[in-house]
Write a protein that binds this ligand. Structure first.
Ligand SMILES: Nc1ncnc2c1ncn2[C@@H]1O[C@H](COP(=O)(O)OP(=O)(O)OP(=O)(O)O)[C@@H](O)[C@H]1O
Length: 457
């Protein structure tokens, strides 16, 4: 079987870490199974959907390393939905309703008062052709509901009807259709709802596995009924737990919080974001995975927990540092060049400083310290000034290597009687203007004898 998956966001805002978890689950599933990944924009809501958001989503996915085999826009596929809607109408399972929202609300209250479930009572099914003509003559346009199957001859009886599937993540899953209203699939203005367009596209695009957030579980029950009414095979389904903020709040595109764009601008590495977005809330250890192929090997949708998981940016910081600390120069090269860090010593510089960086952009500060002189954060204490001056007189001759620092400080130790922090810290401050940073053994060859002497207080 060809594996085809899709990520189907609505372009109504910038995708966030929660959406990204779903995009990545689909992408890794495709990678692992030699399948294809379709990006499909659910942009039928023409008021809220914006091209700018769709373009930003493509760019965000690209930054993460997700390259869709196809990009589809539902707004360009209306004739496909028209044809499928006609088929459901012809089969008698898509029926016109004329109630206004006020009328529906009144009926809902009446049902509650009668201790009936507050769902749509299917009154429209009782309308005759003459009733409908009359309503339309009054200027009412119908919206169309899908008749959920109730396996009884009497369509007015709402019997207990359960839909089951074996979820990739949650094992046996059940939705009781009797507790749901017949869903509206076509609005009064003829536009289609997501519940419908998504099913039609999943069939048309031969989606083999639908992997999405567990906010869609009820939808899935309804959609299975629609897929069956259209005579198609139900894809395998997997519902992934949702991510919340560190304080437990929901994440929505509407707020813009934890958007991929903002994480990228904050200097996080794509694989730090991907590692956390995929491994959080699973039984796997959360580690910084250096590339997608390795993440695909580790990835196991069945290991996902059923309850929501908190996305903590502090964890992202730790993963980001771990990736940078181990990052080869070749991988950082272009971004370092964009910071002005290039030339024959750039690689040596990178290897010296990467262990101290939280972001690649932090390298610029160290490059400046090496090129232009110490930072001004820390000043030498008066009592250390003479000690440092004398120490500089003991600097070894060139050529300089990683051993130079030890040679130098051994000599300084003998001459001054100082050791440990009282010996090293004043030298570090004189050389860098900071009280912490990369190994001085690595910095000395970069500074060279002349550059080091220039820092003599
Ligand atoms: N917090 C979340 N955690 C995990 N998955 C999520 C989260 N929010 C949405 N998703 C999933 O992202 C995919 C794209 O959904 P959609 O575009 O509707 O996103 P949304 O953020 O829920 O949208 P909106 O905020 O506009 O309502 C869906 O599979 C959905 O289940």
């Amino acid at each position: 079987m060809t594996i085809t998956v899709r990520f189907a966001p609505s372009p109504t805002g910038y995708i966030h870490i929660g959406n990204t978890r779903i995009a990545l689950f689909n992408w890794l599933f495709a990678l692992k199974n030699n399948g294809q990944f379709i990006l499909r924009f659910d942009d039928t809501d023409t008021v809220r959907s914006k091209t700018e958001y769709a373009d930003a989503t493509i760019a965000d996915l690209d930054w993460l390393g997700i390259e869709p085999a196809r990009i589809e826009y539902q707004s360009k596929r209306i004739p496909v939905y028209d044809a499928a809607a006609e088929r459901l109408k012809a089969a008698g399972v898509l029926y016109p309703c004329y109630e206004t929202s006020e009328e529906l609300e009144r009926k809902r209250k009446l049902r509650l008062a009668r201790r009936l479930p507050p769902i749509y009572g299917r009154d429209a099914l009782k309308l005759t052709a003459a009733d409908r003509e009359k309503l339309e003559a009054e200027g009412r346009q119908p919206h169309w509901r899908f008749l959920l199957p109730n396996f009884k001859d009497d369509p007015f009886a709402i019997e207990r009807t359960e839909v089951h599937w074996n979820d990739l993540v949650r094992d046996r899953e059940t939705v009781d259709l009797a507790s749901l209203s017949d869903p509206v699939l076509v609005r009064e203005d003829g536009t289609y709802l997501y519940t419908f367009t998504s099913v039609v596209d999943d069939i048309d695009m031969e989606i083999s596995h639908i992997i999405r957030g567990n906010d869609h579980i009820t939808n899935s029950g309804v959609q299975i009924a629609i897929i069956e009414a259209l005579g198609a095979k139900v894809p395998d389904l997997g519902h992934i737990n949702l991510l919340t903020t560190a304080s437990g709040e929901g994440i929505s595109k509407r707020t813009g919080a934890l958007s991929i764009g903002s994480l990228r601008r904050d200097g996080y590495e794509p694989m730090a974001v991907a590692s956390l977005a995929v491994l959080i809330g699973t039984s796997e250890n959360v580690t910084a995975v250096p590339d997608m192929a390795t993440l695909a090997d580790i990835f196991d949708p069945a290991a996902t927990s059923k309850s929501a998981s908190k996305f903590d940016p502090a964890e992202l910081d730790a993963l980001n540092r771990a990736l940078i600390h181990a990052m080869p120069y070749a991988q950082a090269k272009d971004r370092l060049a964009a910071l002005g860090i290039e030339g024959e010593r750039a690689e040596e510089f990178w290897l010296a400083v990467r262990g101290n960086l939280s972001r690649i952009s932090d390298a610029a500060g160290w490059w400046k310290i090496i090129k232009d002189g110490p930072a001004t954060d820390e000043q030498l204490a008066d009592e250390d000034r003479d000690f440092v001056r004398t120490a500089f007189d003991l600097l070894p001759r060139e050529p300089w290597s990683r051993e130079t620092w030890k040679l130098w400080t051994d000599a300084v130790k003998i001459q001054s009687g100082r050791k440990g922090k009282p010996l090293f810290m004043p030298l570090r401050i004189a050389l860098t203007g900071l009280s912490s940073g990369p190994e001085l053994a690595d910095l000395l060859p970069l500074l060279g004898r002349e550059g080091t002497l220039a820092r003599r207080p």
